[in-house]
Design a protein around this ligand. Structure first.
Ligand code: PEP
Length: 274
């Protein structure tokens, strides 16, 4: 049994309309019907506080997704719905942005920060990830903070130095035990995202162990040992069990395989059995 909390988190990116969001939950609900093994695994894992399941739909689908989850009659009612990105200010002249207080108004208190697509296409930097994560933790949010190297950086032997900069420059300087319990790290090698190229178990464990060592230098060993570090990058039901078996991997942040209810349901069940 894993010693840290497992997260099975699905990032839908700019996929699924409002109608498709509702259909996704209806279909997931029918696979988790009263006596299915999925239902009993998730019920037990949720009761024992071992697993958290989360989905990050587009902003337009947040409210419908929250309503679907509230209406669930199975253990799926424990699914957390989160925002793919959140501004650090609570309100103001920031056209196109969404604030933590607006999200909280919908009941959303979970956010991704620093996804590599935000870094690559929308100018996210270690400095902006830091203020987002600090602001969200101060507002009571749970944050999944993404880090990871590009293919060029890996080929140049810079993986560890990139992770070090993303952690030291991009995360809050200090955490309390309480804010630390709401900060989750997702190690997502950029070359593995949406490419079908998953990190080998050796590559994943090596990077996760280094992430935990860097967290321990920054926040102390006890805090680092409690923090969940998720792997992301072409996770599928086929490779998830191998990744979950690695000592420093505490779940997955999943793009493509979270879009279909059947594959997402399988990933949830695997997380519950880890
Ligand atoms: C992601 O979007 O964070 C991701 C890991 O995508 P995929 O699983 O499709 O590689």
């Amino acid at each position: 049994m894993k010693k840290r909390k497992i997260w099975v988190a699905g990032n839908w990116k700019m996929n699924h309309s409002v109608g498709e969001t509702t259909q996704f939950f209806e279909s997931l609900q029918s696979t988790f019907s009263a006596n299915s093994s999925e239902e009993s695994s998730l019920r037990t894992a949720t009761l024992e506080n071992r697993v958290s399941v989360a989905l990050f739909p587009s902003m337009l689908s947040l409210s419908p997704a929250m309503n679907c989850v509230k209406g669930m009659k199975t253990s799926l009612s424990s699914i957390h719905i989160g925002s793919q990105n959140t501004h650090w200010e609570t309100k103001g002249a920031f056209t196109g942005e969404v604030s933590g207080s607006q999200l909280r108004d919908l009941g959303v208190t979970l956010s991704l920060v620093g996804h590599s697509e935000r870094r690559q296409y929308f100018g996210e930097t270690n400095q902006t990830t830091k203020i987002r994560t600090e602001s969200l933790l101060a507002q009571g949010f749970t944050v999944i903070h993404c880090i990871g190297e590009t293919k060029e950086e890996r080929l140049a032997g810079q993986t560890f130095s990139i992770l070090k900069a993303q952690i030291n420059e991009g995360l809050p300087e200090s955490l309390t035990a309480e804010t630390g319990s709401r900060l989750i790290i997702a190690y997502e090698p950029v070359w593995a995202i949406g490419t079908g190229l998953t990190a080998t178990p050796e590559q994943a464990e090596e990077a996760h162990a280094e992430v935990r060592r860097l967290l321990s230098v920054r926040y102390g060993e006890a805090q680092a040992n409690d923090m969940s570090v998720l792997y992301g990058g072409s996770v599928t039901p086929e490779n998830f069990p191998t990744l979950l078996a690695l000592p420093n991997v505490d779940g997955g942040l999943v793009g493509g395989a979270s879009l279909k209810p059947d594959s997402f349901g399988k990933l949830v069940q695997m997380g519950c059995q880890a």
